[in-house]
Design a protein around this ligand. Sequence first.
Ligand code: PLP
Length: 405
Amino acid sequence: MIDIEKIRTDFPILGERVYGKDLVYLDNGATTQKPKVVIDRMEEVFTRYNSNIHRGVHHLSDIASREYEQAREIVRGFINAGSTDEIIFNSGTTAGINNVACSFGERFVGRGDEIVISALEHHANIVPWQMLCERKGATLRVIPMSDDGELNIDHYKAILGKSTRLVAITHASNALGVVPPVKEIIAEARRLGIPVLVDGAQGVQHGVVDVRDLDCDFYVFSGHKVYGPTGIGVLYGKRELLDDMPPWQGGGDMVKSVTFEKTEYNDLPFKFEAGTTNYAGAIGLAAALEYIGAVGLEEIAAAEADLLSYATERLSAIKGVTIYGNSSCKISVISFLIDGVHQYDAGMVLDKMGVAVRTGTHCAQPVMERLGIDGTIRASFCFYNTRHEVDRLAEGIEKVIEMFR
Ligand code: PLP
């Protein structure tokens, strides 16, 4: 069981007050807050050994390089990848997907080929594939969803075929919280030898992720959504695929030798890390992963499941509230609307009560279009939230209803 009092003191920002009220931060789907250990680790980088990595013979560069490679090992262990060669640091989920779309797409996708995504995707897992299809004359196929946000797996099986080059699927929907049957989706593609990319932006912070058990070919996530710094992310890829993919970007560090006639590319993972990477961010991310590892991923999942069920119960009992994405398999996200109140107005009133939620399309316009709405109010909980904060949200919604009646 999580010691919530202790956990909350680990996150300095949770003690902030907003408009004179205790902050209730329910926008964890957009970005998570940072524990003190992450803030301290970042400060340590810049105050004790900041130096560009892999390039210097001097003491500071040596420490920074070692810490960076140690961070890679911590990420490897966290997602149970087979080798650090399969862990590529980048700026986040968006960069990871674009990397695969550009380099895998460059080598393996051609005219008449197909890429399969789902109706639940964030724009980051739609647009790079659309751009690839446009460049290559390929087609984007979409697994449809039900009114509750559940994917039609029979349809998925029917569209997989000889022309499918890749399946790109979210580990969990940021807009609705729905968790698709990712393992089944991967197994089906695997049967036909089709690689699968999992967008783990909303996956890795909510429970144990084991890329070898999932048997996905690529897994991408962002540091800032898993209690780490901004501007750092991870692309995991199976070595045999990464080896066959051309580099995405050219520059320093991704080369072994350069002449005007020819460049020899570096080995994995450096082949995909052109230029100075966010080494401080990588070291901060490692601190975040160590932190949640110590709290316990299973404990985190249990605490969040409790918050989700309590919040669902509380919000469902309020007349005029409609929850979207009523699937039995969800991360701790509740997307909802209030009858007769625009989501922006509700979000602004809640903000004045110290309750931070997100409103709008959540970078998932096709989800909203499918549901016939122009956006939702989204409360996204994580393990440092409490039932008392859920009550503050519910009371806030009741106040909104009263104000707009
Ligand atoms: N995919 C999903 C499911 C997301 O929720 C997000 C961010 O909200 C992204 C991708 C993009 O992440 P980032 O902006 O950190 O690259």
